[in-house]
Unconditional design. Structure first.
Length: 293
């Protein structure tokens, strides 16, 4: 199926939030939504088990409830449920092969343990051939928009302007894919694109020289994109510091943050870079991780 968005669900609150975010994005794109749930068939089921009490019955119920929830919120959106008999990571990667974008739930940073949890989402994000958007539990359609006046009816939310899209720009690598994803995301939302480039000082280079070189590189890289999207408002920020920390700060009021993931072709497997990893851990808004060469 071409031109569709896939959402992985497992019954958790964050996966439900991901499915609804994916539905909203599908509406914005005029695309179809495929809701995916993975389960491993039990090769030796209990002889007296009923269908509803088996793992398959539970898996079907998880998928049915997620699809029903999305359809109730978006009755005109084409939604398909897909049950895949495999473990979660290969199942979701299979879905990503066919999708334009894959949307998954994310737990972000566990404040209690101080470590990143949600290993399936991380492993899939680090290997997916298509962009992956990570969404935390509790996100709603209203969170993508600027604060509304008290008493606003739910059906009036779409009339409120969207929050800005933030792009973390790395000028050292070819990054057309994440840049294009961010420009398109801002265009679809009719909102501002804020481009943030954080550079680290080079030995033997003065602070003014480093800033000037970084600003020149950003201007040169964005020039063709500004020409392609002449009506889009684009603001750029070039600062010295730690890229992960600065980018997280830049996303405080954002509706979506976009970062790139370089495809390395490592025989040990792909994984998130340190900047993308930091943003996935700490950004409060949904995070789009876009693979690029």
């Amino acid at each position: 199926m071409a031109g569709h968005i896939a959402a992985g669900v497992d019954g958790s609150p964050q996966s439900v939030a991901a499915a609804h975010w994916a539905a909203q994005e599908a509406v914005r794109r005029g695309a179809e939504l495929v809701v995916v749930h993975a389960w491993l068939p039990n090769v030796r089921p209990a002889p007296i088990a009923t269908r509803d009490s088996t793992e398959q019955g539970w898996a079907e119920r998880v998928l049915r409830e997620a699809v029903g929830s999305v359809r109730a919120a978006h009755p005109t959106l084409p939604v398909t449920g897909r049950l895949i008999g495999d473990s979660p990571v290969p199942a979701l990667l299979s879905a990503a092969e066919e999708a334009d974008t894959l949307v998954l739930g994310s737990l972000g940073l566990s404040r209690a343990a101080g470590v990143l949890v949600g290993s399936v989402s991380l492993r899939v994000t680090g290997r997916s051939p298509c962009p992956v958007v990570l969404v935390r539990a509790g996100r709603s359609a209203a969170d993508e928009h600027l604060p509304a006046a008290p008493g606003l009816a739910p059906d009036e939310i779409p009339t409120i302007p969207y929050r800005a899209v933030v792009l973390g720009l790395d000028v050292r690598n070819s990054c057309d894919e994440p840049v294009g994803f961010a420009f398109e995301a801002a265009r679809r939302r009719a909102t501002e694109l804020r481009v943030c480039h954080v550079y680290e000082p080079v030995s033997g280079e003065s602070a003014s020289e480093g800033a000037a070189a970084a600003e020149h590189a950003v201007i040169a890289l964005l020039r063709p994109w500004r020409e392609k999207y002449p009506d889009l408002s684009v603001a750029t920020t070039v600062v010295e510091g730690r890229p992960g920390d600065e980018l997280v700060r830049a996303t405080a009021e954002a509706g979506l943050v976009v970062v790139g993931r370089r495809i390395t072709g490592s025989r040990f497997g792909e994984r998130l870079g340190r900047v993308a990893h930091a943003v996935v851990q700490h950004a409060e808004c949904p995070v789009a991780v876009v693979p690029h060469e």
